[in-house]
Design a binder for this molecule. Sequence first.
Ligand SMILES: *Cc1c(COP(=O)(O)O)cnc(C)c1O
Length: 393
Amino acid sequence: MSDHLMNTYMRQAVTFVKGEGVWLWDTAGEKYLDALAGVAVNGLGHAHPKLVKAISEQAAKLIHVSNYYHIAEQAALADKLCEVSGMDKVFFCNSGCEANEASIKLARLYGHNKGISNPEIIVMDKSFHGRTMATLSATGNRKVQAGFEPLVSGFIRVPYDDIEAVKQVATRNANVVAILVEPVQGEGGINIPKDASAYLATLRQICDAQGWLLMLDEVQTGIGRTGTWFAFQHSNIKPDVMSLAKGLGSGVPIGACVASGRAAEVLTYGKHGSTFGGNPLACAAGLATLQAIEQEGLCKNAEKMGNLIRLGFEAEFKNSPEVLAVRNSGLMIGIELDRPCGSLVKMALEAKLLINVTADKVVRLLPPLVINESEANELVQRLAKLIKTFLNS
Ligand SMILES: *Cc1c(COP(=O)(O)O)cnc(C)c1O
Protein backbone atom coordinates (compact mmCIF):
# COMPACT_ATOMS: atom_id res chain seq x y z
CA MET A 1 0.00 0.00 0.00
CA SER A 2 1.19 3.52 -0.71
CA ASP A 3 1.29 6.48 1.66
CA HIS A 4 0.90 8.71 -1.35
CA LEU A 5 -2.79 8.13 -2.04
CA MET A 6 -5.29 10.63 -0.67
CA ASN A 7 -7.33 9.02 2.01
CA THR A 8 -10.70 9.27 0.23
CA TYR A 9 -11.75 5.62 0.34
CA MET A 10 -12.40 3.00 2.98
CA ARG A 11 -10.65 0.14 1.23
CA GLN A 12 -10.96 -3.57 2.00
CA ALA A 13 -7.64 -5.34 2.57
CA VAL A 14 -7.45 -7.18 -0.72
CA THR A 15 -5.89 -6.65 -4.16
CA PHE A 16 -7.34 -8.35 -7.21
CA VAL A 17 -5.13 -9.40 -10.07
CA LYS A 18 -7.46 -11.05 -12.55
CA GLY A 19 -11.05 -11.88 -13.27
CA GLU A 20 -13.27 -14.03 -15.44
CA GLY A 21 -17.05 -13.67 -15.64
CA VAL A 22 -18.42 -13.17 -12.13
CA TRP A 23 -15.18 -14.40 -10.52
CA LEU A 24 -12.12 -12.50 -9.27
CA TRP A 25 -8.74 -13.74 -7.99
CA ASP A 26 -6.55 -11.94 -5.44
CA THR A 27 -2.75 -11.82 -5.11
CA ALA A 28 -2.78 -15.04 -3.08
CA GLY A 29 -4.76 -16.88 -5.76
CA GLU A 30 -7.98 -16.92 -3.71
CA LYS A 31 -11.20 -16.87 -5.75
CA TYR A 32 -14.12 -14.51 -5.03
CA LEU A 33 -17.71 -14.25 -6.25
CA ASP A 34 -18.21 -10.67 -7.43
CA ALA A 35 -21.75 -9.47 -6.63
CA LEU A 36 -20.81 -5.80 -6.99
CA ALA A 37 -19.34 -5.66 -10.52
CA GLY A 38 -17.22 -2.59 -9.82
CA VAL A 39 -20.44 -0.82 -8.68
CA ALA A 40 -22.63 -1.71 -11.67
CA VAL A 41 -19.78 -1.19 -14.15
CA ASN A 42 -18.70 -4.68 -15.22
CA GLY A 43 -22.00 -5.77 -16.70
CA LEU A 44 -20.24 -8.20 -19.02
CA GLY A 45 -18.33 -9.60 -16.05
CA HIS A 46 -14.55 -9.64 -16.10
CA ALA A 47 -12.40 -10.26 -19.17
CA HIS A 48 -15.31 -10.78 -21.55
CA PRO A 49 -13.69 -12.04 -24.78
CA LYS A 50 -15.69 -9.71 -27.08
CA LEU A 51 -14.77 -6.67 -25.01
CA VAL A 52 -11.11 -7.68 -24.72
CA LYS A 53 -10.94 -8.15 -28.49
CA ALA A 54 -12.62 -4.82 -29.27
CA ILE A 55 -10.42 -2.83 -26.88
CA SER A 56 -7.19 -4.54 -27.95
CA GLU A 57 -7.89 -4.02 -31.63
CA GLN A 58 -8.88 -0.39 -31.08
CA ALA A 59 -5.81 0.31 -28.92
CA ALA A 60 -3.58 -1.03 -31.67
CA LYS A 61 -5.26 1.28 -34.20
CA LEU A 62 -6.09 4.55 -32.43
CA ILE A 63 -6.79 5.42 -28.78
CA HIS A 64 -7.39 9.14 -28.89
CA VAL A 65 -7.53 12.01 -31.33
CA SER A 66 -9.74 14.89 -30.22
CA ASN A 67 -13.20 16.21 -30.82
CA TYR A 68 -11.70 18.65 -33.35
CA TYR A 69 -12.12 15.74 -35.77
CA HIS A 70 -14.80 13.25 -36.77
CA ILE A 71 -14.60 10.04 -34.73
CA ALA A 72 -16.19 7.03 -36.43
CA GLU A 73 -16.48 4.96 -33.23
CA GLN A 74 -18.24 7.85 -31.46
CA ALA A 75 -20.76 8.22 -34.29
CA ALA A 76 -21.41 4.47 -34.27
CA LEU A 77 -21.97 4.39 -30.50
CA ALA A 78 -24.30 7.42 -30.66
CA ASP A 79 -26.32 5.69 -33.39
CA LYS A 80 -26.57 2.50 -31.34
CA LEU A 81 -27.57 4.33 -28.14
CA CYS A 82 -30.29 6.20 -30.03
CA GLU A 83 -31.48 2.98 -31.67
CA VAL A 84 -31.95 1.17 -28.35
CA SER A 85 -33.31 4.19 -26.43
CA GLY A 86 -35.50 5.78 -29.11
CA MET A 87 -33.80 9.08 -28.29
CA ASP A 88 -32.13 11.52 -30.68
CA LYS A 89 -28.72 12.91 -29.74
CA VAL A 90 -25.76 12.11 -27.51
CA PHE A 91 -22.97 14.10 -25.86
CA PHE A 92 -20.08 11.93 -24.62
CA CYS A 93 -18.08 12.53 -21.46
CA ASN A 94 -16.14 10.31 -19.05
CA SER A 95 -18.21 9.62 -15.95
CA GLY A 96 -21.62 9.75 -14.31
CA CYS A 97 -21.18 13.11 -12.62
CA GLU A 98 -20.05 14.61 -15.91
CA ALA A 99 -23.10 13.18 -17.67
CA ASN A 100 -25.27 14.85 -15.02
CA GLU A 101 -23.29 18.09 -15.33
CA ALA A 102 -24.16 18.07 -19.02
CA SER A 103 -27.83 17.43 -18.19
CA ILE A 104 -27.85 20.27 -15.65
CA LYS A 105 -26.16 22.69 -18.09
CA LEU A 106 -28.63 21.63 -20.77
CA ALA A 107 -31.58 22.35 -18.47
CA ARG A 108 -30.24 25.75 -17.44
CA LEU A 109 -29.61 26.76 -21.05
CA TYR A 110 -33.08 25.51 -21.99
CA GLY A 111 -34.44 27.83 -19.27
CA HIS A 112 -32.39 30.81 -20.36
CA ASN A 113 -33.50 30.27 -23.95
CA LYS A 114 -37.10 30.51 -22.65
CA GLY A 115 -36.29 33.77 -20.85
CA ILE A 116 -35.98 32.28 -17.35
CA SER A 117 -32.85 33.91 -15.90
CA ASN A 118 -32.83 31.91 -12.62
CA PRO A 119 -33.71 28.39 -13.77
CA GLU A 120 -34.30 25.80 -11.05
CA ILE A 121 -34.28 22.01 -11.19
CA ILE A 122 -36.38 19.73 -8.98
CA VAL A 123 -34.29 16.99 -7.32
CA MET A 124 -35.11 14.26 -4.80
CA ASP A 125 -34.37 13.33 -1.21
CA LYS A 126 -31.90 10.42 -0.93
CA SER A 127 -30.75 10.91 -4.51
CA PHE A 128 -27.16 10.53 -5.70
CA HIS A 129 -25.89 12.33 -8.77
CA GLY A 130 -22.12 12.56 -8.25
CA ARG A 131 -19.44 14.52 -6.45
CA THR A 132 -18.67 17.54 -8.63
CA MET A 133 -19.93 20.81 -7.18
CA ALA A 134 -23.16 20.91 -9.19
CA THR A 135 -23.93 17.21 -8.82
CA LEU A 136 -23.20 17.06 -5.09
CA SER A 137 -25.50 20.06 -4.73
CA ALA A 138 -28.18 18.11 -6.59
CA THR A 139 -27.54 15.03 -4.44
CA GLY A 140 -29.97 14.42 -1.57
CA ASN A 141 -27.45 13.32 1.04
CA ARG A 142 -25.97 15.80 3.51
CA LYS A 143 -22.87 13.63 4.03
CA VAL A 144 -21.91 14.19 0.40
CA GLN A 145 -22.32 17.98 0.73
CA ALA A 146 -20.99 18.74 4.22
CA GLY A 147 -17.88 20.91 4.16
CA PHE A 148 -18.21 21.91 0.53
CA GLU A 149 -20.50 24.90 0.97
CA PRO A 150 -21.34 27.20 -0.70
CA LEU A 151 -23.37 24.73 -2.73
CA VAL A 152 -24.48 25.41 -6.27
CA SER A 153 -27.90 27.02 -6.13
CA GLY A 154 -30.88 26.35 -8.36
CA PHE A 155 -32.07 23.01 -6.95
CA ILE A 156 -35.41 22.43 -5.23
CA ARG A 157 -35.66 19.23 -3.22
CA VAL A 158 -38.78 17.10 -2.78
CA PRO A 159 -39.34 13.62 -1.30
CA TYR A 160 -38.83 10.70 -3.70
CA ASP A 161 -41.94 8.96 -5.07
CA ASP A 162 -44.14 11.88 -4.00
CA ILE A 163 -46.13 13.33 -6.89
CA GLU A 164 -48.04 15.76 -4.66
CA ALA A 165 -44.78 17.42 -3.60
CA VAL A 166 -43.85 18.00 -7.24
CA LYS A 167 -47.28 19.45 -7.97
CA GLN A 168 -46.90 21.80 -5.00
CA VAL A 169 -43.66 23.15 -6.44
CA ALA A 170 -45.37 23.63 -9.81
CA THR A 171 -48.07 25.83 -8.27
CA ARG A 172 -45.69 28.17 -6.48
CA ASN A 173 -42.51 28.32 -8.57
CA ALA A 174 -42.33 29.72 -12.10
CA ASN A 175 -38.55 29.24 -12.43
CA VAL A 176 -38.57 25.45 -12.61
CA VAL A 177 -37.20 24.10 -15.90
CA ALA A 178 -36.63 20.41 -15.22
CA ILE A 179 -36.93 17.40 -12.92
CA LEU A 180 -33.80 15.30 -12.35
CA VAL A 181 -34.60 11.88 -10.91
CA GLU A 182 -33.27 8.31 -10.71
CA PRO A 183 -35.88 5.73 -11.87
CA VAL A 184 -34.59 3.55 -9.01
CA GLN A 185 -32.36 5.13 -6.36
CA GLY A 186 -29.10 3.19 -6.11
CA GLU A 187 -26.82 4.79 -3.49
CA GLY A 188 -29.94 5.89 -1.60
CA GLY A 189 -30.73 2.23 -0.75
CA ILE A 190 -32.25 0.54 -3.84
CA ASN A 191 -35.41 2.60 -3.46
CA ILE A 192 -38.03 1.56 -5.99
CA PRO A 193 -41.15 3.75 -6.37
CA LYS A 194 -44.31 1.94 -5.19
CA ASP A 195 -45.61 1.98 -8.76
CA ALA A 196 -42.45 2.82 -10.70
CA SER A 197 -44.11 2.93 -14.10
CA ALA A 198 -46.95 5.21 -12.90
CA TYR A 199 -44.46 7.48 -11.09
CA LEU A 200 -42.48 8.15 -14.27
CA ALA A 201 -45.64 8.47 -16.36
CA THR A 202 -47.07 11.07 -13.98
CA LEU A 203 -43.79 13.00 -13.85
CA ARG A 204 -43.86 12.95 -17.67
CA GLN A 205 -47.39 14.41 -17.68
CA ILE A 206 -46.42 17.15 -15.23
CA CYS A 207 -43.32 18.04 -17.28
CA ASP A 208 -45.40 18.22 -20.48
CA ALA A 209 -48.04 20.40 -18.84
CA GLN A 210 -45.44 22.75 -17.32
CA GLY A 211 -42.96 22.85 -20.19
CA TRP A 212 -40.28 21.22 -18.00
CA LEU A 213 -37.67 18.68 -19.10
CA LEU A 214 -37.86 15.19 -17.61
CA MET A 215 -34.23 14.23 -16.95
CA LEU A 216 -33.49 10.70 -15.78
CA ASP A 217 -30.23 9.81 -14.08
CA GLU A 218 -29.77 6.29 -15.46
CA VAL A 219 -26.08 6.14 -14.56
CA GLN A 220 -26.75 3.08 -12.38
CA THR A 221 -30.07 1.81 -13.77
CA GLY A 222 -29.08 2.00 -17.45
CA ILE A 223 -27.38 -0.47 -19.83
CA GLY A 224 -29.47 -3.53 -19.02
CA ARG A 225 -29.17 -3.42 -15.24
CA THR A 226 -32.91 -3.43 -14.47
CA GLY A 227 -33.89 -5.94 -17.18
CA THR A 228 -34.45 -3.46 -20.02
CA TRP A 229 -31.86 -1.33 -21.80
CA PHE A 230 -32.95 1.61 -19.66
CA ALA A 231 -35.22 1.68 -16.60
CA PHE A 232 -37.63 4.13 -18.27
CA GLN A 233 -38.51 1.35 -20.72
CA HIS A 234 -40.54 -0.38 -17.99
CA SER A 235 -43.02 2.45 -18.56
CA ASN A 236 -44.51 3.90 -21.73
CA ILE A 237 -42.72 7.21 -21.51
CA LYS A 238 -39.54 8.67 -22.93
CA PRO A 239 -37.42 11.21 -21.04
CA ASP A 240 -36.13 14.44 -22.58
CA VAL A 241 -32.68 13.82 -21.15
CA MET A 242 -30.95 10.73 -19.76
CA SER A 243 -27.50 10.46 -18.20
CA LEU A 244 -25.46 7.27 -18.54
CA ALA A 245 -22.05 6.03 -17.43
CA LYS A 246 -21.18 3.05 -15.17
CA GLY A 247 -22.10 0.01 -17.33
CA LEU A 248 -21.67 1.78 -20.66
CA GLY A 249 -17.96 1.09 -21.18
CA SER A 250 -17.57 -2.07 -19.06
CA GLY A 251 -14.81 -0.34 -17.09
CA VAL A 252 -13.32 1.89 -19.75
CA PRO A 253 -14.38 5.35 -18.50
CA ILE A 254 -17.24 6.81 -20.54
CA GLY A 255 -20.41 8.75 -19.80
CA ALA A 256 -23.17 10.08 -21.98
CA CYS A 257 -25.89 12.70 -21.88
CA VAL A 258 -28.64 11.49 -24.23
CA ALA A 259 -31.46 13.82 -25.29
CA SER A 260 -34.61 13.68 -27.37
CA GLY A 261 -36.83 16.13 -29.23
CA ARG A 262 -36.37 19.82 -28.43
CA ALA A 263 -33.91 18.97 -25.63
CA ALA A 264 -31.58 17.43 -28.21
CA GLU A 265 -31.17 20.84 -29.88
CA VAL A 266 -30.25 22.87 -26.77
CA LEU A 267 -26.50 22.29 -26.47
CA THR A 268 -25.06 23.90 -29.58
CA TYR A 269 -21.65 24.87 -30.90
CA GLY A 270 -19.31 26.11 -28.16
CA LYS A 271 -21.69 25.40 -25.26
CA HIS A 272 -20.06 22.26 -23.91
CA GLY A 273 -17.05 20.05 -24.50
CA SER A 274 -14.63 17.45 -23.17
CA THR A 275 -11.05 16.55 -24.10
CA PHE A 276 -11.37 12.81 -23.58
CA GLY A 277 -15.15 12.54 -24.05
CA GLY A 278 -16.10 9.95 -26.64
CA ASN A 279 -12.61 8.99 -27.70
CA PRO A 280 -12.13 6.00 -30.02
CA LEU A 281 -11.06 3.58 -27.26
CA ALA A 282 -13.94 4.39 -24.91
CA CYS A 283 -16.48 4.27 -27.72
CA ALA A 284 -15.15 0.95 -29.02
CA ALA A 285 -15.67 -0.38 -25.48
CA GLY A 286 -19.19 1.07 -25.38
CA LEU A 287 -20.12 -0.39 -28.73
CA ALA A 288 -18.75 -3.83 -27.84
CA THR A 289 -20.68 -3.69 -24.56
CA LEU A 290 -24.01 -2.89 -26.24
CA GLN A 291 -23.43 -5.53 -28.93
CA ALA A 292 -22.60 -8.22 -26.38
CA ILE A 293 -25.65 -7.34 -24.26
CA GLU A 294 -27.83 -7.65 -27.36
CA GLN A 295 -26.23 -10.81 -28.77
CA GLU A 296 -26.27 -12.62 -25.43
CA GLY A 297 -29.75 -11.51 -24.31
CA LEU A 298 -28.36 -9.99 -21.13
CA CYS A 299 -31.30 -7.66 -20.44
CA LYS A 300 -33.60 -10.70 -20.21
CA ASN A 301 -30.99 -12.50 -18.14
CA ALA A 302 -30.80 -9.56 -15.71
CA GLU A 303 -34.56 -9.71 -15.26
CA LYS A 304 -34.61 -13.51 -14.76
CA MET A 305 -31.59 -13.72 -12.46
CA GLY A 306 -32.66 -10.66 -10.46
CA ASN A 307 -36.05 -12.18 -9.73
CA LEU A 308 -34.51 -15.57 -8.96
CA ILE A 309 -32.13 -13.97 -6.46
CA ARG A 310 -34.93 -11.96 -4.81
CA LEU A 311 -37.12 -15.07 -4.48
CA GLY A 312 -34.15 -16.95 -3.05
CA PHE A 313 -33.59 -14.35 -0.33
CA GLU A 314 -37.32 -14.07 0.38
CA ALA A 315 -37.41 -17.81 1.03
CA GLU A 316 -34.26 -17.70 3.19
CA PHE A 317 -35.58 -14.84 5.33
CA LYS A 318 -39.29 -15.67 5.55
CA ASN A 319 -38.87 -16.29 9.30
CA SER A 320 -36.47 -13.39 9.89
CA PRO A 321 -38.34 -10.26 11.02
CA GLU A 322 -34.95 -8.47 11.22
CA VAL A 323 -34.92 -8.49 7.42
CA LEU A 324 -37.33 -5.68 6.65
CA ALA A 325 -37.44 -6.02 2.88
CA VAL A 326 -35.89 -7.72 -0.13
CA ARG A 327 -36.39 -5.68 -3.30
CA ASN A 328 -35.05 -5.68 -6.82
CA SER A 329 -35.38 -4.19 -10.22
CA GLY A 330 -33.53 -6.68 -12.39
CA LEU A 331 -30.02 -7.02 -11.00
CA MET A 332 -30.28 -4.00 -8.70
CA ILE A 333 -30.98 -5.85 -5.48
CA GLY A 334 -31.41 -4.51 -1.96
CA ILE A 335 -31.81 -6.37 1.33
CA GLU A 336 -32.89 -3.96 4.04
CA LEU A 337 -32.11 -4.93 7.62
CA ASP A 338 -33.44 -3.44 10.85
CA ARG A 339 -29.93 -2.31 11.89
CA PRO A 340 -26.72 -0.81 10.46
CA CYS A 341 -24.83 -3.58 8.71
CA GLY A 342 -21.65 -2.08 7.28
CA SER A 343 -19.59 -4.80 8.96
CA LEU A 344 -21.17 -7.36 6.61
CA VAL A 345 -18.88 -6.15 3.82
CA LYS A 346 -15.79 -7.43 5.62
CA MET A 347 -17.52 -10.63 6.74
CA ALA A 348 -18.49 -11.26 3.12
CA LEU A 349 -14.97 -10.58 1.88
CA GLU A 350 -13.65 -13.16 4.34
CA ALA A 351 -16.21 -15.56 2.88
CA LYS A 352 -14.88 -14.70 -0.62
CA LEU A 353 -17.89 -12.69 -1.65
CA LEU A 354 -17.97 -9.04 -2.81
CA ILE A 355 -21.01 -7.03 -1.73
CA ASN A 356 -21.80 -3.45 -0.75
CA VAL A 357 -23.80 -1.80 2.02
CA THR A 358 -25.47 1.54 1.30
CA ALA A 359 -27.80 3.82 3.24
CA ASP A 360 -26.45 2.19 6.45
CA LYS A 361 -28.89 -0.72 6.55
CA VAL A 362 -29.22 -1.93 2.98
CA VAL A 363 -27.10 -4.71 1.52
CA ARG A 364 -26.73 -3.77 -2.13
CA LEU A 365 -26.01 -6.33 -4.83
CA LEU A 366 -25.17 -5.37 -8.42
CA PRO A 367 -23.84 -8.60 -9.94
CA PRO A 368 -22.60 -8.77 -13.54
CA LEU A 369 -25.42 -9.14 -16.09
CA VAL A 370 -23.81 -12.40 -17.25
CA ILE A 371 -24.45 -14.20 -13.93
CA ASN A 372 -25.96 -17.65 -14.50
CA GLU A 373 -28.41 -19.67 -12.45
CA SER A 374 -25.90 -21.72 -10.48
CA GLU A 375 -23.85 -18.60 -9.68
CA ALA A 376 -27.02 -16.77 -8.63
CA ASN A 377 -27.96 -19.66 -6.32
CA GLU A 378 -24.48 -19.72 -4.87
CA LEU A 379 -24.69 -15.98 -4.19
CA VAL A 380 -27.98 -16.47 -2.31
CA GLN A 381 -26.65 -19.42 -0.28
CA ARG A 382 -23.39 -17.74 0.73
CA LEU A 383 -24.91 -14.37 1.58
CA ALA A 384 -28.03 -15.64 3.36
CA LYS A 385 -25.79 -17.67 5.68
CA LEU A 386 -23.64 -14.62 6.43
CA ILE A 387 -26.62 -12.36 7.10
CA LYS A 388 -28.11 -14.94 9.49
CA THR A 389 -24.78 -15.17 11.34
CA PHE A 390 -24.61 -11.38 11.47
CA LEU A 391 -28.15 -11.06 12.82
CA ASN A 392 -27.46 -13.65 15.52
CA SER A 393 -24.17 -12.12 16.66
C1 LIG B 1 -22.50 6.39 -9.60
C2 LIG B 1 -23.56 7.37 -9.89
C3 LIG B 1 -23.25 8.68 -10.30
C4 LIG B 1 -21.85 9.22 -10.34
O1 LIG B 1 -21.05 8.59 -11.29
P1 LIG B 1 -19.47 8.83 -11.31
O2 LIG B 1 -19.02 8.10 -12.53
O3 LIG B 1 -18.91 8.27 -10.04
O4 LIG B 1 -19.26 10.29 -11.40
C5 LIG B 1 -24.31 9.50 -10.63
N1 LIG B 1 -25.57 9.08 -10.56
C6 LIG B 1 -25.90 7.84 -10.17
C7 LIG B 1 -27.34 7.43 -10.14
C8 LIG B 1 -24.91 6.95 -9.81
O5 LIG B 1 -25.24 5.71 -9.40
